[in-house]
Each structure stands twice: as structure tokens, then as C-alpha cells.
Design a protein around this ligand. Structure first.
Ligand code: ADP
Ligand code: MG
Length: 367
């Protein structure tokens, strides 16, 4: 099922009588989600992810804009009639019911033409349980399950109605690190098997990057950038997006463009064309540095951390906005800690310029 969001907007009236300012939780959000894809809706806390998801689900009414499932305008449709499956961060299972009863529950509420026979309900519940691999646990109560198992029950409960669209709001946040990793792979597998169009909300960029066909990065209710995870990482439109994606994060430095050269301090680190002289922010991905004794960028060497295949070199530079600069280089390269300094060349495709006022990306050509 294709899902289309058209100029979706949600304004909450102010509760604070004094300041009186309304909260624009989501502003003019337009997106087409292709059938059968998993979209990662990504951004810091408070940027409007849940509000967007609740509008798609029908739990919240948009202030403006429209929502389409396929060709149907569902903007005015109630949640029950949208054919969605919802999974929240806190699994919200009924504690007094067994796993089976929890999964059956949405089916027992079907009315009229949708009503199912008892056998059909059981069959569907077992299929959903098999899909999330909890069919051994059907007679247990939620309190007898681990967090990961409870979340699987919640997913089975969302799937049992065979939803047209699956909506997941930070579904992994309550799980420990290892389980989070495992469960996100499970969610991806289930989504691929069922081919249900899915919106996955998270503030965790790594999570979104790893399982999404497409990510949407939001800030303060406004979509910043949409695209395949790797494309957005490789080609961020502004400093916010560049900083939000990537571990370790991008290194940001102050610099300037002067006479076709990019300067950090008084070192010209790259020759470019197509940009007028101005002050800029420079973003360099950790993998964008190359060790070179004759390289133009000189940093104060702090530490070298070996991480298996790679080496992380920690250094300092007065122009850096991060407390330290982190580069990732091949473990074959030797760094002499005694030297006190480290010299780099930069890789142009990992080296971004941003306007100092608007923080928008400045495109350049490499000379
Ligand atoms: P996220 O899920 O990205 O953390 P939300 O969608 O929950 O963000 O919230 C977006 C903004 O809207 C926040 O500033 C939040 O305080 C505000 N907001 C959310 N729900 C309500 C509400 N029911 N009433 C007033 N403001 C709200
Ligand atoms: Mg939220």
C-alpha cells in the first residue's frame, strides 16, 4: 500500500496563557512512501516524529494537509477503519491475558463483514506468532516474558489484523543493546516477508540507517532531507543532517574560503572552485582523513585507539568545534604517538562546506 502525506501540518494550541505561542509540531510534511517499503523517520526528541505517526494512524487529526493510503483519502477516517498496525515503545500488553489472548484481542473486536470464525482467529494468531517466533510462548503471561519477547508479542498483535500499513514508534527503546540489535533485524525480516509498508520512528540514527529503505530526517517539525540512508549520509543538505548521521560523528571545524582555497587556520587544506570568499563551517567525516607526512592539515595528536580492522586517531585543532577530531584510518597505517602532531590530507568527497549563517551546504568543485 502506497502512503502519501501531503502538506501535513499539526499545530497544538498553547497551554501557556502567558506566552501564548502555539506549538508547530509538524510543518508542511510531504512524502510519498512507496508500496512495501520501510521508512525510517528520524530526528531528535521533540522534532515531531510521533505526531507524524499519530496523524498517519488517525489518533491525531492534522491541522492541515491530507493523508492517502493508495488512492484513498483517509484523512477523515477513524483509526479503526484505516487498517493500520501500531507498536509503541512500551509494549502495552494486557497483563492479565496470555500471549495468545493478547494477540487474539484485536481480532475479537472485528465487527460486521470483518468478523472471523474462532478457528480462523486461532489460525491467524498462530501465523503471526510464528512470524515473530513466539509460538512456543502462547500460554505465558506478559510478566513471564523478557522485554524482547514482550515487544514481539506487541508486533504479532499489530500484524494479526493484516494491516495495510505498519507504524512503529521507537519500538526498541526499552530493550538492552544486544536485544535492540537482534530485534531490529527481526523487524526488518518480518517487514520484508510480509511486504507491509512500514513507518519506523526512532531518534537513533544507526538504527534507522541500518534497516530503512529510505530515511526522513526531521528537525523542529520540518523535514530536512529524504533519501536512501547511504545517499543522505554521503550528501547531506545541511549541517544538521551531516551532524545527525554517522558514528563517530562528523568533525566540524571553522574555516574560510579564500582565493579558491579552503583554509583551516592558516593551512590551505583543499583547492576548490565555484565558491566566493567567505567564512564557512567545514564538516569532515572520520573516514575523510588520510595520513600524509606532507599533508596540509596539522593536528595535535592526543591518542590512537586500535579497533580491530581500523584505527581511530584522536587529535585536537583550535578550529575544531568538537572537543577532539576523530579520524578512522586503516590499521596498516602506523601512527607515531611520540611525534606529538599528526598531518592529514582530506578526501574531497568526505569534506563538506556549510554556510555559516544558514548552515546550508555549499557545493564546490575540486580543482
Ligand atoms: P518526537 O516524537 O519527535 O519526540 P513529538 O511528535 O512527540 O516529537 O512532539 C513534537 C512537538 O509537539 C514537541 O514540541 C511536543 O512538546 C509537542 N507536542 C506533542 N504532543 C503534544 C500535545 N498533545 N499537546 C501539545 N504539544 C504537544
Ligand atoms: Mg516520540
Amino acid at each position: 500500500m502506497k502512503v502519501v502525506l501531503q502538506n501535513l501540518t499539526k499545530v497544538f494550541p498553547s497551554r501557556d496563557k502567558k506566552s501564548g505561542a502555539d506549538v508547530v509540531a509538524v510543518s508542511d510534511f510531504t512524502l510519498e512512501i512507496p508500496d512495501g517499503k520501510l521508512i525510517g523517520l528520524l530526528g531528535p526528541s521533540g522534532c515531531g516524529k510521533s505526531t507524524t505517526l499519530y496523524m498517519i494512524s488517525g489518533l491525531q487529526k492534522p491541522t492541515g494537509g491530507k493523508i492517502f493510503f493508495g488512492d484513498d483519502d483517509v484523512t477523515e477516517l477513524s483509526t479503526e477503519n484505516r487498517g493500520i498496525g501500531l507498536v509503541f515503545q512500551n509494549y502495552a500488553l494486557y497483563p492479565h491475558m496470555t500471549v495468545l489472548q493478547n494477540i487474539l484481542f484485536p481480532l475479537q473486536n472485528l465487527k460486521g463483514a470483518d468478523k472471523l470464525s474462532k478457528d480462523e482467529m486461532l489460525k491467524r494468531a498462530h501465523e503471526a506468532a510464528q512470524l515473530v517466533q513466539i509460538d512456543e510462548l502462547m500460554e505465558r503471561k506478559p510478566s513471564e516474558l523478557s522485554g524482547g519477547q514482550q515487544q514481539r508479542v506487541a508486533i504479532a498483535r499489530a500484524l494479526v489484523k493484516m494491516p495495510r500499513v505498519l507504524l512503529l514508534d521507537e519500538p526498541l527503546s526499552n530493550l538492552d543493546a544486544r536485544l535492540r540489535l537482534q530485534t531490529r533485524e527481526e523487524i526488518r525480516r518480518i517487514q520484508k516477508e510480509t511486504k507491509i509498508t512500514t513507518v519506523f520512528v526512532t531518534h537513533d540514527q544507526e538504527e534507522a540507517m541500518s534497516i530503512s529503505d529510505m530515511i526522513v530526517v526531521m528537525k523542529l517539525g520540518v523535514v530536512q532531507q529524504t533519501g536512501k540512508p547511504q545517499e543522505v549520509y554521503d550528501d547531506p543538505v545541511n549541517l544538521f543532517v551531516a551532524k545527525f548521521l554517522g558514528t563517530p560523528p562528523i568533525n566540524v571545524l571553522e574555516g574560510r574560503v579564500e582565493g579558491g582555497k579552503v583554509y583551516i587556520g592558516d593551512e590551505a587544506v583543499l583547492e576548490i572552485s565555484g565558491v566566493e570568499d567567505k567564512e564557512v563551517y567545514i564538516g569532515i567525516r572520520p573516514e575523510g582523513f588520510e595520513l600524509d607526512d606532507n599533508g596540509p592539515l596539522t593536528c595535535e595528536l592526543v591518542n590512537v585507539e586500535v579497533m580491530g580492522r581500523d584505527v581511530s586517531v584522536v587529535s585536537k585543532h583550535p578550529a575544531s568545534l568538537n572537543p577532539s577530531i576523530r579520524s578512522i584510518i586503516d590499521a596498516d597505517n602506523k601512527v607515531d604517538l611520540g611525534a606529538g602532531v599528526v598531518k592529514y590530507r582530506v578526501k574531497p568527497h568526505k569534506f563538506f562546506l556549510f554556510d555559516k549563517t544558514t548552515e546550508e551546504r555549499i557545493r564546490y568543485e575540486v580543482k
